[in-house]
Design a protein around this ligand. Structure first.
Ligand code: PLP
Length: 465
C-alpha cells in the first residue's frame, strides 16, 4: 500500500485535476507507482497538495478514465494491473487504521472487552481441568459442558429452544454457514437465498461450486412464492435466509411470512438454513424458524456479534438426522473448534459478563439507531430499533457506486448493494451503513452528517465518448 506517494504539481500547467492524472501516469511510467498499489485517500492527497477533495476526486476519475487506476468501492483507488483486485468480501487490514469513518463492516459495538478477556484468562490459568480441556482433543461437536453452557445461554438469554446434544460448535458463524452448506449440498446443486444476502454466503456458495439462485424480496425479506417457483424450475436443495434481520436490507420476516416459507420448504422437500448471528431477544421478534419447525431447519448463530468476533465461537443446531453428516464435515475442516475459545465464552456466560455485554450493546445500538432516525429523517433509510445496520435506497438519479465514492472522498466508508447481490442479478441503487462499527457516537454523527450532505448534492455526471 502506498500512502506516501505525493505528486509534484508546481511545474504542471492546466487544471489541477488533469495535473494529478498526468502525475499518476508519469509515476506509473517511471515505476514510482507499482501495479496494484493503493493511492492515498482523496482527503489525504487533497491535504498534502493544498487542493480541494473534489479536485483530487476529479483527478482520480480522470486517471481511471485513462485506464491508469481502478477505484474499488469502499476500498480505495489502485494502480491497474499486477495483483488481483482486493476482494469485496474481506476485512482489509488497513480499514480499521484508515482515517475514514468505518461504516462499512457490521461489527460489534465498540465496548471495551480487553479487561474481561484478561479476567477470564486468569481464571482459566488457575483451573487445571480447564487447562487440560483446552489442550486436549475432543469429539468434533465440542466439549459437552461447553455445548450445555452455550445452549443454556441461547435458551435463557435469547429464547432460542436449542438442545445441547443437537448443537455443534464451529469456528464462528461464517464457518457454521459453510458447514451447513457443505453438509446439505453437493457441487452443482442449487442453493436459494434472498437476492440481497450476506456476502459470506455468496463466497461460500462459490467456493463449494453450488448454483446460487437469488429470490425476489419485499419489505419482509424473501417471498415464499419466489422460493416455490425456484424449487419447481431449478430443483432447490436448501434455502438460506436471515428472518430476524436481513443483511443488508434490515428486513424482518413476520410470523405469517415465516410460516409461509416453511410451508413451501416442507412441500418442496427443501432444508432451511436460518442465519441468526445477530441474535435478537425473543420478545423483540416473531418466533424463529427453528421454533416453528425444528425438523426442517439448520440454525446457525454464534458469539461474534454479541461477545467478540475474535473468539470465533459459532454454533450450528440441526435435526438429529443431519448431525452425523455435519460432524463429518467439521472433522474434515479442523477436527474441532478450539476449546480454549469456547471456554472464554462460557466463563463470560457463567459470570454474567455475556449478558452485560449484550445489554450494553443493545443500549448503544439503540442510541445510534435513534440518532440515525433523527439525522436521516425523510431519507427513506431503514433500520431496526436495536439493529447493527441501516439500509438506504438512494434517490434518483444517484447510483450507489458514485454515492459511495463521494462519501469516501468526504471521509466516510460505507457499502453499496453490489457485494450483497447474488450472481448477476441487478444490484439496487442503495447503500448499507453499519452504525455499530464507528468508535463513538460522535463519529456516527459525523458519518450521518456526511450522508445527509451528499444526499443533498447533485450526483456527478459522467461524460464519456
Ligand atoms: C448474516 C451474517 N452471517 C454470518 C456472519 C459471520 O459471523 P462470524 O463473524 O461469527 O463468522 C455475519 C458477519 O457479519 C453475518 O452478517
Amino acid at each position: 500500500m502506498n500512502t506516501i506517494w505525493c505528486p509534484e504539481l508546481a511545474a504542471r500547467s492546466g487544471p489541477r485535476y488533469r495535473a494529478i492524472a498526468a502525475a499518476i501516469a508519469e509515476a506509473i511510467e517511471d515505476g514510482r507507482l507499482a501495479p496494484g498499489e493503493r493511492l492515498p485517500t482523496h482527503r489525504a492527497l487533497a491535504e498534502a497538495l493544498g487542493v480541494t477533495v473534489g479536485t483530487v476526486t476529479r483527478g482520480y476519475a480522470e486517471a481511471e478514465r485513462q485506464g491508469l487506476v481502478r477505484a474499488r468501492v469502499g476500498s480505495g483507488t489502485y494502480v491497474r494491473g499486477g495483483e488481483a483486485d482486493p476482494p469485496e468480501f474481506a476485512i482489509a487490514g488497513d480499514e480499521a487504521a484508515s482515517s475514514l469513518i468505518p461504516m462499512g463492516l457490521s461489527l460489534p459495538a465498540p465496548i471495551a472487552r480487553e479487561g474481561l478477556l484478561a479476567q477470564a484468562l486468569r481464571e482459566i490459568a488457575g483451573d487445571r481441568a480447564a487447562l487440560a480441556d483446552a489442550l486436549g482433543y475432543h469429539p468434533e461437536a465440542g466439549i459437552a459442558r461447553h455445548r450445555e453452557m452455550l445452549a443454556g445461554w441461547l435458551r435463557e438469554a435469547w429464547g432460542v429452544p436449542v438442545a445441547a446434544d443437537s448443537l455443534l460448535l464451529s469456528l464462528g458463524g461464517m464457518h457454521g454457514v459453510y458447514l451447513a452448506l457443505q453438509a446439505l449440498l453437493r457441487p452443482g446443486e442449487t442453493l436459494a437465498s434472498e437476492a440481497l444476502t450476506y456476502p459470506g454466503l455468496i463466497a461460500a456458495a462459490r467456493q463449494l461450486g453450488l448454483r446460487h439462485v437469488g429470490l425476489a424480496m419485499d419489505d419482509e425479506g424473501l417471498i415464499p412464492e419466489a422460493l416455490e417457483a425456484a424449487c419447481r424450475q431449478q430443483g432447490v436443495r436448501a434455502v438460506y435466509c436471515m428472518p430476524n434481520q436481513n443483511n443488508p436490507t434490515t428486513a424482518v420476516m413476520s410470523e405469517a411470512r415465516r410460516q409461509a416459507l416453511l410451508t413451501v420448504a416442507r412441500r418442496e422437500g427443501v432444508t432451511v438454513i436460518e442465519d441468526d448471528v445477530h441474535l435478537v431477544a425473543a420478545n423483540e421478534r416473531p418466533p424463529n424458524l427453528l421454533e416453528l419447525d425444528p425438523e426442517r431447519v439448520v440454525y446457525v448463530t454464534g458469539c461474534s456479534k454479541v461477545l467478540a468476533g475474535g473468539l470465533r465461537v459459532g454454533m450450528v443446531h440441526a435435526p438429529a438426522a443431519l448431525l452425523a453428516r455435519l460432524a463429518e464435515v467439521l472433522r474434515s475442516h479442523c477436527w474441532m473448534a478450539p476449546p480454549l475459545n469456547a471456554e472464554v465464552a462460557c466463563r463470560w456466560i457463567g459470570s454474567g459478563v455475556a449478558d452485560e455485554l449484550a445489554a450494553a450493546q443493545r443500549d448503544e445500538l439503540g442510541g445510534r439507531q435513534a440518532l440515525a432516525a433523527e439525522k436521516l429523517a425523510g431519507s427513506g433509510a431503514r433500520g431496526q430499533p436495536y439493529g447493527f445496520n441501516l439500509w438506504l435506497p438512494l434517490p434518483e438519479p444517484w447510483r450507489a457506486s458514485a454515492f459511495v465514492r463521494r462519501c469516501e472522498a468526504e471521509g466516510l466508508l460505507l457499502r453499496s448493494a453490489e457485494p450483497f447481490t447474488v450472481g448477476s442479478l441487478p444490484a439496487p441503487q442503495a447503500v448499507r451503513l453499519s452504525l455499530s462499527a464507528p468508535a463513538s457516537r460522535e463519529a456516527v454523527t459525523r458519518g450521518l452528517d456526511i450522508v445527509r450532505r451528499v444526499l443533498a448534492e447533485a450526483p456527478p455526471v459522467q461524460a464519456l465518448v
